[in-house]
Design a protein around this ligand. Structure first.
Ligand SMILES: NC(=O)c1ccc[n+]([C@@H]2O[C@H](COP(=O)([O-])OP(=O)(O)OC[C@H]3O[C@@H](n4cnc5c(N)ncnc54)[C@H](O)[C@@H]3O)[C@@H](O)[C@H]2O)c1
Length: 247
C-alpha cells in the first residue's frame, strides 16, 4: 500500500466501469486521482465508499472529443497539483453495427472518443511530463483492436489505432522517461457489455479459455502494474488481459 503516495493521476471515463475500478485501485494505493468523465455521479451518489480514499478523488466534467474541454480539465489538475504523473486514457464508447448499416455519425463518434480523445489527452499532459522527465501513459485498448470483430468495424479500428498511437508516443517520449503502454481487455463485466444480447455474451464466453469475463478490478491491477516502478523497463507494449481469448 502507498505505492502511489503523492502521485497525481488522471483517469478518463473514470466514474464508471473499468475506469472507476482504476480510480479506486490507484487511490487505494495513495494516489491523488482525477476522474475525468462526460457523465459525473449525482451529487449524493456514493462514488467510492471509503471516506479516506474519497478524499483523494476529484471528479471533473470533460468531453474527451473536445480539445478545449480536455485542455481546460488538464489545466484544472495542474492548477491544483502542479504535476501529472500518470494518465490513463480509458474513456470509450461502442456504436456497433455491421458495416453495410454503419452510418458515418457512428463511425465518427467512436473514432473521436476512443482514438482522438486519447490523442488530445496525451498531448495535453505531454509538456508537463516532459518537463518532469517522468510520466506514464496507459491506453485502454481492446482485444478486438488486434483480432477484429464482426459488427465492430468502427470500434476495432479505433482500438487498433490506439496501438499505433501507443507505439508512436512510446518512441517519441522515451528520451524523457515517459513510458506509454496499452492494456487490451477481452470481455469485462461492465455496463458496456451489459447491453450485449445473451447470444452475443455466450458466444464471447464460449471462446475464452478461462470461461468467464474479467472483473473491472482485474483490469485495474494490470494498469496499476504499468503505472508502478515494477514496470520501469516496459514501453510501447500491448498487454492482452483476456482470459486467453487471443493467443
Ligand atoms: N467492458 C469491456 O468488455 C471492455 C473490453 C475491452 C475494452 N474495454 C474498454 O475499456 C474502457 C472502459 O470500458 P467500460 O466497459 O468501463 O465502459 P463504460 O461504458 O462502463 O464506461 C465508459 C466511461 O467513459 C465515459 N465516456 C464516454 N464518452 C466520453 C467522452 N466523450 N468524454 C469523457 N468521458 C466519456 C462514460 O461516461 C463512462 O463513464 C473503454 O475504452 C472500452 O472500450 C471494455
Amino acid at each position: 500500500m502507498g505505492r502511489f503516495k503523492n502521485k497525481v493521476v488522471i483517469v478518463t471515463g473514470g466514474c464508471r466501469g473499468i475506469g472507476k475500478a482504476i480510480v479506486s485501485r490507484l487511490a487505494n494505493e495513495g494516489a491523488y486521482v482525477y476522474a475525468l468523465d462526460y457523465v459525473l455521479p449525482k451529487e449524493n451518489e456514493v462514488f467510492i465508499e471509503d471516506e479516506s480514499i474519497k478524499a483523494l478523488i476529484k471528479c471533473i466534467q470533460v468531453d474527451v472529443t473536445s480539445e478545449s474541454s480536455v485542455n481546460k480539465a488538464i489545466e484544472e489538475v495542474l492548477n491544483d497539483k502542479k504535476r501529472i504523473d500518470i494518465l490513463v486514457n480509458n474513456a470509450g464508447i461502442t456504436r456497433d453495427n455491421l458495416v453495410l448499416r454503419l452510418n458515418e455519425a457512428d463511425w465518427d463518434a467512436v473514432l473521436n472518443t476512443n482514438l482522438k480523445g486519447a490523442f488530445l489527452c496525451s498531448r495535453a499532459v505531454a509538456r508537463t511530463m516532459m518537463g518532469q522527465r517522468s510520466g506514464r501513459i496507459i491506453n485502454i485498448g481492446s482485444i478486438v483492436g488486434s483480432i477484429g470483430n464482426a459488427g465492430q468495424a468502427n470500434y476495432s479500428a479505433s482500438k487498433a489505432g490506439l496501438i499505433g498511437l501507443t507505439k508512436s508516443l512510446a518512441k517519441e517520449f522515451a528520451s524523457r522517461n515517459i513510458l506509454v503502454n496499452c492494456v487490451a481487455p477481452g470481455f469485462v463485466l461492465t455496463e458496456m457489455t451489459d447491453k450485449l444480447t445473451d447470444e452475443q455474451k455466450s458466444s464471447f464466453l464460449g471462446n475464452i479459455p478461462l470461461k468467464r469475463g474479467a472483473s473491472p478490478s482485474e483490469i485495474a491491477s494490470v494498469v496499476a502494474f504499468l503505472a508502478s516502478e515494477d514496470s520501469n523497463y516496459i514501453t510501447g507494449q500491448v498487454i492482452h488481459v483476456d482470459g486467453g481469448l487471443a493467443m
